[in-house]
Design a protein around this ligand. Structure first.
Ligand SMILES: [Zn+2]
Length: 485
């Protein structure tokens, strides 16, 4: 007897061509069989898939739960949004300093608190990528790996000199680093050496260990922000893009890649590439350093929005939303197979704090970041299918590739022995994005008013139905993902 049979679906697998008609049997949270017909009397529970597409549960590789709202609150509401979009694994960036828990200190003290707050509050499985901020954090990389199964680390290349929203002074105050320490290139080098050390010490885990970088250059941004503001000709998203120009991304990618080679840090994730210059720089570095296993990430927003989009300042994000030419360039490389995964960069920044209430159109006063995890599959499907992207590649980009990279070895595929994370998707449903329909507490969507084709109708997490027909079901059942998983 199986626990559950999801009957009558078209299964989407990575590497295949198209989908095939089958039933999916799940027991003890794991997929036990996927075959064209499994008799109904072999399961305690049946679910009629109604001929819809079945995708592997999404792995949203880049989220920021608890950045603008208390972690306890964000975990509940934003993981509901994730579940409603078919996301079953939520990977969140976490660091010490302002925002998040708004405190500093060792990860030995900080991380158990993060885990404690997170416990029983996620509707989907979850884990964290950790950013070593202080010098002493580098020595804690091994502890994070060994004790808590953290295999992915992050560097925010511009934070030392620029801040989260641009124009913010007092970076010491922002990152809360000890006197005499600098969050600079030298620190990044030593973080890479720290990551290399644990990869060498734990060779059996090395493939699951990686370092991600937010690639922008503080010095270039500071100078261009001043130029754009003094000139005063541009406003809104156009001004913000000009203030953080694409070559600031390209230069940062060169520096990051050089340091990765210097430190033999071989698994490097170039996060949220936004522009032609960034993608070109990333491809050049792959050519120069073929022994480095680079992965290249883009966000859904950068694949859909350009700087003239209707949502305006609400789409302020780092790196910025770019011109239409850059959007199309990302697609060209995504279709060519040069982009490894698509994420949301979900950061729930509520309407009332997103913009300055007295000056709502002022991009300089607005905060950076927004949500959107709930629209990952619908958004990529809508834009991708009309450009010739296959459903199989969509599964790779949203599930299989990030799962492999981040050490989630039984996530990201619909195959026997994998977790029973299944998304049912009706490609015939057409809907207009309305933030009122979202589980997120953000209160607006950067995709507001966009027409998307294809909707998630049900999400199964390890064989449990957690979302169905617009409703998140039951209590939070997400597990912490100790990696390699
Ligand atoms: Zn981010």
């Amino acid at each position: 007897m199986y626990d559950l049979i999801i009957k009558n679906v078209f299964v989407v697998q990575p590497g295949n061509e198209g989908s095939f008609h089958a039933d999916i049997a799940i027991s003890n949270g794991k997929i036990e069989a996927i075959t064209p017909f499994i008799p109904a009397d072999q399961a305690r529970q049946l679910y009629d898939g109604n001929g819809q597409l079945a995708f592997p549960g999404l792995v949203d590789a880049h989220m920021h739960t608890g950045i603008y709202n208390p972690l306890a609150e964000d975990a509940l509401t934003e993981s509901r949004a994730a579940a409603s979009g078919g996301v079953t694994s939520s990977l969140n960036y976490m660091r010490t300093g302002k925002y998040y828990l708004n405190k500093t200190g060792s990860y030995a003290n900080f991380y158990p608190e993060v885990l404690d707050i997170s416990s029983n509050r996620f509707y989907v499985d979850y884990t964290y990528h950790i950013a070593p901020i202080q010098y002493s954090h580098i020595e804690e990389i091994e502890l994070l790996l060994e004790k808590w199964g953290v295999t992915s680390f992050k560097i925010f290349m511009f934070y030392g000199n620029y801040g989260l929203h641009g124009n913010s002074a007092a970076q010491k105050d922002f990152l809360m680093t000890p006197e005499g320490e600098f969050y600079d290139y030298a620190h990044f080098e030593f973080i890479m050496r720290g990551v290399t050390r644990v990869m060498e010490k734990y060779p059996e885990k090395a493939d699951s260990i990686s370092l991600g970088l937010h690639c922008e250059t503080a010095e270039i941004m500071r100078a261009y922000t001043r130029l754009v503001q003094e000139e005063g000709k541009l406003t809104g998203l156009r001004a913000y893009s000009a203030a953080r120009p694409p070559h600031s991304e390209g230069l940062a990618i060169f520096i990051a890649s050089y340091l990765a080679n210097e430190t033999a840090c071989k698994n490097i994730n170039l996060l949220h590439l936004t522009s032609a210059k960034a993608v070109d720089a990333a491809m050049m570095m792959q050519h120069v350093f073929p022994h480095i296993n680079f992965k290249r990430e883009v966000t859904l927003a950068h694949l859909i929005l350009d700087y003239d989009c209707a949502c305006g300042v609400h789409a302020k994000v780092n790196p910025p939303i770019r011109c239409r030419g850059d959007v199309e360039y990302l697609w060209k490389h995504l279709l060519a197979g040069n982009i490894d995964w698509v994420c949301s960069d979900h950061a729930c920044c509520k309407a009332e704090i997103k913009t300055d209430l007295a000056d709502k159109k002022n991009v300089w006063l607005a905060k950076s970041g927004f949500g959107g995890t709930e629209l990952l599959l619908s958004g990529l499907y809508t834009e991708g299918i009309r450009r010739g992207l296959s459903v199989n590649r969509i599964a790779e980009l949203l599930s299989t590739n990030p799962a492999k990279r981040f050490g989630l070895h039984s996530k990201g595929q619909l195959s026997e022995k994998y977790d029973g994370d299944v998304v049912l998707f009706d490609p015939t449903q057409i809907f207009t994005v309305d933030s009122k329909d979202s589980e997120s507490t953000q209160g607006y969507s950067v995709f507001e008013g966009h027409t998307f084709q294809g909707k998630v109708t049900a999400t199964f997490l390890r064989g449990q139905l957690i979302f169905e027909n617009g409703k998140v079901l039951g209590e939070p059942k997400g597990n912490y993902l100790h990696r390699p998983y």
